[in-house]
Design a protein around this ligand. Sequence first.
Ligand SMILES: [Zn+2]
Length: 236
Amino acid sequence: EPIIQLSGTRDNSVHLVPLLHSSLDQPDAPGWPVITPLKVQLLKCEKCSLEFCSPINYKRHARIHRRSWKVDKEYGNLRTPLAEFWDKCSIEERKQVVSFDDIMLKKTPGSSVIDALDAALLEAGIWGFPYVYIKAGSKLLGVIRSSPSISSRDLFGILDDASEGTFLFTGAAECVQNFIFDGDAFNSLEWRNLIASTCFLFELQLVKAWVADKDAEALRCQKLLVEEEEAERNKR
Ligand SMILES: [Zn+2]
C-alpha cells in the first residue's frame, strides 16, 4: 500500500502523519534542513573588551568610559534600597510595579514591547543570541506576566543578565532614556533589543515606584509630626 495516495478518500491524511514523523527521525532525510539559529554578531567595547548583544545595553555601558561620567551619588547606591523596597512590597503592589500598561518607551507603548518579546521567544531564531541573555528575557517576561513573587535577589540577577550588566548603571534611568534610545539604530522592538528594552522599562517602573513610596513615607512622617505637635499643644 503506498504511503500517500494523491487521489482518493479522506483516509490519505492518516498516512501523512507517519511519513512526517519518520522523516524527522532521520536527520539525513532529504528535504529536511537542519535548523541552526544564526550566531549573532556581538558588539565589543573598544575600551574594555566586554561584549554586548544589545546596542541599547552597549550604549548604556559605553557611558562609563566617558570622562565626564560619575556615579550619581543618590542613584549609584540604589541597589540596596530598591531591593529592600521590592522585598517589602505585597504581591498586589508588585503587580502595579510590573504593569507595563501606562508606560511608554519613546513612542512605543510598554505593552507592545512585552507583546513583541512574548512573540519573539517562540521563534527558533532567537536562540542564536547568547543563552544567558535570552533566558533572562524569558524569566523577566514570566515575572511581568504572572509571577512577581520572586525575591529581590533573584529578580536583580535576572535584571543584571537582561541588561548585560548595565542594570542601574546610568543613574536616573528616565534622564538617559532620550540618550539611549536616540536614532533608528536603536529600535527598541528589534530582537536584539527587546530584552534590553523590557529590562530598561522594568528598571524605570521600579525606581518610579520606590520614589513614590519614599515620598509617601516622608508625607506620613510629616503628618505624624504635625499630629504629635497638635497633641502636645492641646495638652498645654
Ligand atoms: Zn567598556
